[in-house]
Design a binder for this molecule. Structure first.
Ligand code: KG4
Ligand code: ZN
Length: 336
């Protein structure tokens, strides 16, 4: 069968990205332009600035992606774009670029859910075998998603307040590390020890939901109290203690959910999947408690936001003739 090539576009947050993906698993190109430097001095992503950068970058990034892949519009079978969740102004830049390309080159348009994209990042390096349980951990999401097949999604647990990455970024401000804090805290954690013993919220309750705001408050109170009493603050130990609490909860709930669902594969996905401590702890727990389950973890460059993962997820929709119309809009609150 002839190979199917998808041009994929991702602009849901602070990365402008375009990729060309063949048959849902081979990356011909994956260009990612990060805007982090422009947002860093504000301590978080500023939506208006994100939209402006996307407008400036999108055409150039798409051209780069086609050039690096060595293809022209005539070689494409579809154009795919993230429709949500994300920042509405940022999503709209990608959606409108994709619509214009679809119209001008008479290509089918595919609307992709960003969360599904994170899961399908794994398809770019491994073969997915269902049923699968995915732990999706990013700046905006913490979800346990059960998939009976490649086109069925059931959220079996989610955060009741902050997302895991959001908690990392918020305590990153307290520790004085640049935005986004996750990567820096991960590094500091490896130099410290879990001496503060922060609470592990909801670790033993009978839902698969998560909560990270209590941990965040406990962390902030500990730092404030120590400052008021003029006590020495051990930054690396604080980072290690925070990370240990997050990982304990994520790993224990994920393993328990996977046991109940009898899955073939366990998938880690999203920006926080880059966390070294989490990767190691989850892999170790799976080897010990679920030796029959295969653990998939994306390489670091496919954990954060990128268009390749959108092209991988879009391939399922291309096979199923699941196309969008020109009425496609950005959907900031989209769920799986
Ligand atoms: O998936 P992503 O790129 O964007 C969203 O869809 O939200 O995830 C970004 C999040 C940020 O909160 C960032 O701090 C976190 O991923 N992150 C990490 C690490 N690398 C990125 N969190 C913990 N440890 C890391 N190594
Ligand atoms: Zn993301």
């Amino acid at each position: 069968m002839e190979k199917k090539r998808i041009l994929a576009i991702e602009t849901s947050c602070d990365e402008t990205s375009a990729a060309v993906i063949e048959d849902g698993h081979t990356i011909l190109s994956n260009i990612v332009a990060s805007q982090i430097k422009s947002h860093q001095r504000f301590g978080g992503v500023v939506p208006e600035i994100a939209s402006r950068h996307h407008v400036e970058q999108i055409t150039l990034i798409i051209e780069d992606a086609l050039k690096e892949a060595g293809v022209s519009y005539d070689d494409l079978d579809a154009v795919a774009v993230t429709e949500g969740p994300g920042l509405v102004g940022a999503l709209l830049i990608g959606v409108n670029a994709a619509k214009a390309i679809a119209f001008a080159h008479d290509l089918p348009l595919i609307a992709v859910n960003h969360i599904k994209g994170h899961i399908f990042a794994n398809q770019l390096v491994s073969t997915l075998s269902f049923p699968i349980l995915s732990l999706v951990v990013s700046g905006g999401h913490t979800e346990l998603i059960y998939m009976e097949s490649e086109d069925s999604y059931e959220i079996i647990g989610e955060t009741r307040d902050d997302a895991a990455g959001e908690a990392y970024d918020k305590i990153g401000r307290v520790l004085g590390v640049p935005y986004p804090g996750g990567k820096h805290i991960d590094q500091m954690a490896h130099e410290g020890k879990d001496t503060y013993h922060f609470p592990r919220a909801m670790i033993k309750d009978d839902t698969f939901d998560f909560s990270f705001s209590g941990l965040k408050s406990s962390f902030i109170n500990t730092v404030h109290n120590a400052k008021q009493k003029d006590e020495e603050i051990h930054l690396n130990d604080l980072a290690a203690s925070f990370q240990a609490a997050v990982i304990d909860v994520l790993v224990s709930k994920t393993i328990r959910a996977a046991k109940g669902k009898k899955v073939k594969q366990l998938v880690l996905a999203g920006g926080v999947a880059a966390n070294k401590g989490l990767r190691t702890a989850l892999q170790a727990a799976v080897s010990e408690e679920l030796p029959e389950v295969e653990m998939l973890i994306p390489p670091l460059e496919l954990c954060g936001d990128n268009a390749a993962m959108i092209g991988a997820a879009a391939y399922i929709q291309l096979k199923n003739n699941n196309f969008a119309t020109y009425a496609l809009n950005g959907r900031p609150g989209l769920t799986v």
